[in-house]
Every structure is written in structure tokens, then in C-alpha cells.
Design a protein around this ligand. Sequence first.
Ligand SMILES: Nc1ncnc2c1ncn2[C@@H]1O[C@H](COP(=O)(O)OP(=O)(O)OP(=O)(O)O)[C@@H](O)[C@H]1O
Length: 381
Amino acid sequence: MTQNSPQTPVLQIANVRHSYDTLEVLKGVDLEVHRGEVACLLGPSGCGKTTLLRLIAGLEQLQSGAIRIADTIVADARGSVPPEKRNTGFLFQDFALFPHLRVKDNVSFGLIHQKPEQRKEKAQAALRRVGMLEYADAYPHQLSGGQQQRVALARALAPEPSIILLDEPFSSLDTRLRSQVRDETLHVLKNSGVATVMVTHDPEEAMFMGDKIALMNRGVIVQVDDPVQLYYHPVNAFVATFFSDVNRMEAVARNGKVDTPFGTLEAPDIADETTVDVLFRPDALQLALPQGEDGGVSAEVTASRMLVGSTLVHLRLEYCGPSCPMHVHARIPGRFPHPDGSRVSVTLNPDQVFIFPMESGDLSEYTPQHCLKATDQTVYC
Ligand SMILES: Nc1ncnc2c1ncn2[C@@H]1O[C@H](COP(=O)(O)OP(=O)(O)OP(=O)(O)O)[C@@H](O)[C@H]1O
């Protein structure tokens, strides 16, 4: 197949492993990214995101596995194509524009091997794409942080790369500017149709930007999926807890079911007598004023805090059997009208409950239970 086929990934990573001395930081990673797709590498600090990005860019020597960009195997056991010949564009944290060059010269810098007329045209097209053409003669210090970031994006796009690599590109911007710049960046990337790989440690940013998110932990991709699947169908407790605060209960599975204060929940794939974590997000709880036998669990409101667009309500469940006393968080849209000390009836949406066999240690220490089959049929768990 050629790159023109929409089914052919622009980037294909197969069975990539990497160590720094004795520290194994990538333990067999497979990933595909298609034209027009934004893929986010997400995960806790030290899980190997930047190493993977640097291997794609060719800034790190590949030790094991293979990487293909467009029609070319750029790295495998036989050798490696140098970074400048991989047809990739970069945008890193500090977006490092050359301070002594005008905007137009910064953008045409990567087009050095093209004819002057072509350089000018491509630089102008890239600046137009990011809405910065009128600043072509300015110097970087005359621009705001957001404008500089747009110029850096234009510089990365100007050579019409097969793939753009972004490493925490918004982290040096303040919160308000960050959301504006990432929105603009997403539009530019989607309009350009380029394939993108972006490293971030921020789940919300990954959900905002990514068509696909590869969630990594300890050198493996634990789950790769679109944001909705990751949020609503996590493959294990690590994934479920990475995206938001979760409420957690301990229980024991019997006959494919788990008893909780909120009633009996289905757990069909879990063996009898397995101790499980029952996880549910604050937005899986509904609150109402108690009205007779309404099927809810009685709770006392211990505190409520207005957040942006929602309220986090702290609850102490009453009558929760062996689990008592139990403190849970509910997140409700808008304002919560009842004072601390009120009694409410709490119900749980069973579709938003995740039940996993319990593993030892803190939830952040979860090891993946989801196995990946590499292209050589090796299975990594
Ligand atoms: N050049 C290097 N030499 C030795 N160890 C390294 C090197 N680069 C990274 N590491 C280590 O490899 C592991 C993975 O690092 P990497 O930067 O890929 O993780 P990351 O997920 O991008 O983390 P962060 O979000 O903190 O940047 C870390 O333990 C890090 O300390």
C-alpha cells in the first residue's frame, strides 16, 4: 500500500523497546497514527512519553523494534534515517524561535533546500494558515506568547511534513492563554490534515486535543482509544483513576455480582471470592431530597464546593453496611442549593461503575492488565 491509501498509517511504531543503561523505559510499544489524526501520548511523569517522541523524531537512537513514517522505515535493526530526513515537524515546550530573525525568516528556516520563490510562498502559506501573515516582518520579541507559539507552529508546518511532533507545547503559557492557543492549534492541525503526535501529562488536554489517546504507564501503552472509550470503558483501575477523581469501595465478587451500599452490581467476568475495587466517578452519583422509598442511599452533606460549571458535594453515607462510615464525592451540574448538614438520597448510575480485581498498593501503582500484541505476535502485559 502507498501513503495515499487512507487506511495506511502515516506513522507505524512496532515493538519498540528502549533502555537508558539498566533502566528499561519502553517495554514493547506499538502505535499507529493516520493522516489527519491527532494522537496524544499521555501518562504520569517518567512513563516514557518523551523518549517515544524522541525516537520517532530520530533524536534518540532506536535500540529495538521498528518505526515507519509515510513510505519509509526510518529506524529498525538495519539502521536509522537522520532526523532532518524524516519529514517531521517539531514543536517543543519553549517553541524556541530565533530571536535575531524576523517571523518570515524563522518560518522559512526549515525550507533552506528549496528555491527562494518556493521558500517565500510556503512560508507565507504557513503564516496565513495560523493567522500571522501580517506579522511576517516582526521580530519574536515584538509578539505575545500566544503569537510566538503560532509562528512556531507555522515553522513546523511550512515544510509540509508527514507528521508533526509536539512535546508539551502549551506548558509555558498561562492557563487562559493555553486554552485559547490549544484551540487554535487544534483547528490549524485539523485543517492541515497532517498526522500529529503530542506528548502531554494533562488528561483534559489530551481529551481536548486527541482523536486518539495512548495512555502509558511504566513503559507500556496501557490503553489506546478515543477519549470517550478511555473515559467510559477503562481497561483497568489505573486508566479509570487517571482521568478523574474516583470514589472507591472494596467488595467481594460472588456469582458474577458485587454487593454495594447502592445495590447489587453486575461483575460477570470476575471469579468468585475475588476482592474487587468498585470505582465510580463523582458524576455517576445523582442527588435528590429523600422521598420515602426512592431506592437511594441516605447521606449527609458534609460540604459542598462550587467549581467551574459544577459543584463537588462531599457526602457521608448512612446505612452502608460493613462499608460504613463512607465518604464519597458527587459532582452535580451548576449550583447545589442545599446547606451543609442536609440529608439527601444518593443513587448510582450502574453504567458508570468500573469493577476490577484489586491489586496491591496505591491506585497509581496499578500495573496494566491489558495485554498488547506486537506485530511480531509477542504479547506484552
Ligand atoms: N537521557 C537520559 N538518560 C538517562 N535516563 C533518562 C534519559 N532521558 C530520560 N530518562 C529516564 O527515562 C524515564 C522516562 O523518561 P521520559 O522523559 O521519556 O518520560 P516522560 O513520560 O516524558 O516524563 P515527563 O512527563 O516527566 O517528561 C525517566 O525515568 C527518565 O528519568
